[in-house]
Design a protein around this ligand. Structure first.
Ligand SMILES: *[C@@H]1O[C@H](CO)[C@@H](O)[C@H](O)[C@H]1NC(C)=O
Ligand SMILES: *[C@@H]1O[C@H](CO)[C@@H](O)[C@H](O)[C@H]1NC(C)=O
Ligand SMILES: *[C@@H]1O[C@H](CO)[C@@H](O)[C@H](O)[C@H]1NC(C)=O
Length: 450
């Protein structure tokens, strides 16, 4: 009898523990990736069928274009998977089409040609009015899509290699005629998944969804040298319902930067970014880990980032805008962040970034309201942060809570934070921030319900 009771006890205990563990793992695996359903395609074609040769030498531009033309015009119900076997597939830029999966097998490399003189040009984005770095048009992204539905780029962690070195050198030598190509750009598209691929050495930004919705980017690794110019990881731009999860990004510019157009062009186009989730992001950059901006003219709201791990990074969390940008930045939450060896922990600034031209409106002041940063642990953080609004448009409801960057005893009684033209609250922040942020015991100020 005693034995039975003991066994029963152990058994119940076991049940309780499994239930608890299940609960914990469910909590840990919070996900937004259900936004877009992963589809199995009923039809599979291989790039080899279209004359592709994966020897790293033959140029496969026509093979890619033929394959995609075929998928576009045969329109198989449920879509078609384009299989890229292992090998090195050199190609010029190409467009994707709707209802397709680009599938990279293990050890498949889609490699961009270095003949930049042949690279196709496309119009500037209306929300930018010009190329981001040079006036006029811009080079089409290496992998491009416009007006698409249901597009998946995935596989067994194959590589998309931009061979950006030639482009970086043109930037360094100031010999670029037009704005460098993104690695992957999707415009006016909906229902996108990019997962289980490695992106390497993009000429410019890596993944640029612009005027898109329902986008999932997960299990993506993005690599570029620390000194490669403008190699942003993922830049959701004038897009909504974007889910970025489980990515590792180590590049030469911002890891994830949410944008929405540039000055008078972005204001006129008026297309905000909203409903952006960033979760389980790890990486390193000389610039910013999680960035909002600096192109924010169509407005940015409802951004949620959690479980971010940054090391050897310039600025951990960076909200950046400027006079002339107009627009708004509202309801941004960044939580559960670890930083190791970071120059500045948190920066919120109204004087960052440049202008497309001198026709911007000096009275177009951005509205920044409701920025919450909480549960941040930093080790080897050189400066905790600066939060500087605009005199004629103070940044409001800035909330810092549960932030530990150490005690900074060397600063003495002076606050090592820099603040100006802001209001908000702080709770449990070390070192204690500036007097512009009022001390609060509750978390009311941080829950932006008012
Ligand atoms: C690819 O798309 C761009 C922009 O939508 C277009 O200008 C170009 O003609 C397309 N190229 C091909 C080969 O279809
Ligand atoms: C691909 O890489 C991800 C990490 O981004 C990893 O979780 C996954 O297991 C890898 N998949 C394969 C098939 O190797
Ligand atoms: C703020 O954004 C979050 C997503 O991060 C959203 O769930 C919430 O509804 C937003 N709050 C308001 C007041 O819009």
């Amino acid at each position: 009898m005693k034995m039975l009771r003991l066994f029963l006890g152990i058994f119940l205990c076991f049940l309780a523990v499994t239930a608890y563990l299940k609960c914990v793992s469910a909590e840990e695996m919070r996900t937004c990736s259900g936004t877009v359903r992963m589809r199995n395609r009923p039809e599979v074609v291989s790039i080899v069928q279209f004359g592709g040769v994966g020897d790293g030498r033959k140029l496969n531009t026509w093979a890619f274009r033929k394959a995609i033309y075929r998928i576009q015009h045969m329109r198989r119900r449920g879509g078609t998977l384009l299989y890229i076997p292992s090998g090195v597939w050199l190609t010029g830029s190409f467009n994707l089409t709707s209802h397709m999966t680009l599938y990279l097998a293990r050890d498949a490399v889609i490699r961009a040609t270095q003949d930049t003189w042949n690279w196709p040009l496309i119009d500037p984005l209306p929300s930018y009015g010009r190329g981001r770095e040079r006036p006029g048009g811009r080079y089409m992204s290496f992998i491009h899509g416009d007006g698409l539905r249901d597009v998946i780029i995935t596989g067994e962690n194959g590589t998309i290699d931009g061979q950006g070195g030639v482009w970086w050198n043109m930037w360094r030598q100031r010999s670029l005629k037009f704005t460098r190509p993104n690695l992957i750009e999707l415009m006016n598209s909906k229902g996108i998944i990019i997962s289980n691929v490695v992106l390497r050495d993009s000429p410019f930004w890596n993944i640029h969804p612009v005027y898109c919705s329902d986008v999932v980017i997960k299990y993506v690794t993005i690599l570029a040298p620390f000194d490669s110019p403008n190699t942003d990881g993922i830049d959701p731009d004038s897009s909504f319902n974007v889910c970025i999860e489980d990515c590792y990004i180590a590049t030469g510019d911002d890891l994830v930067a949410v944008k929405s157009g540039w000055d008078e062009y972005g204001i006129a186009y008026g297309r905000p970014s909203y409903g952006i989730t960033i979760r389980r992001l790890t990486g390193s950059t000389p610039f910013s880990g999680v960035a909002i901006g600096s192109e924010t003219s169509g407005g940015i709201q409802n951004v949620f980032a959690e479980n971010v791990n940054l090391f050897n990074t310039g600025v951990g969390i960076h909200v950046k805008t400027n006079i002339g940008r107009g627009g708004f930045i509202r309801n941004i939450t960044v939580t559960d962040v670890h930083m190791y060896n970071v120059r500045k922990g948190i920066k919120i600034a109204g004087d960052v970034g440049d202008h497309p031209d001198d026709r911007f409106n000096w009275n177009a002041l951005p509205i920044v309201d409701g920025i919450t940063v909480k549960n941040v642990w930093g080790e080897k953080v050189q400066q905790p942060g600066s939060i500087q609004g605009l005199k004629n448009s103070p940044f409001t409801r800035i909330c810092l809570s549960g932030i530990n960057f150490g005690s900074f005893s060397s600063w003495g009684s002076r606050s090592p934070w820099k603040c100006a033209d802001i209001t908000g609250a702080a709770h449990g922040v070390s070192p204690w921030p500036c007097s512009e942020l009022t001390s609060t015991q509750g978390t009311d100020v941080c829950s932006l319900r008012s």
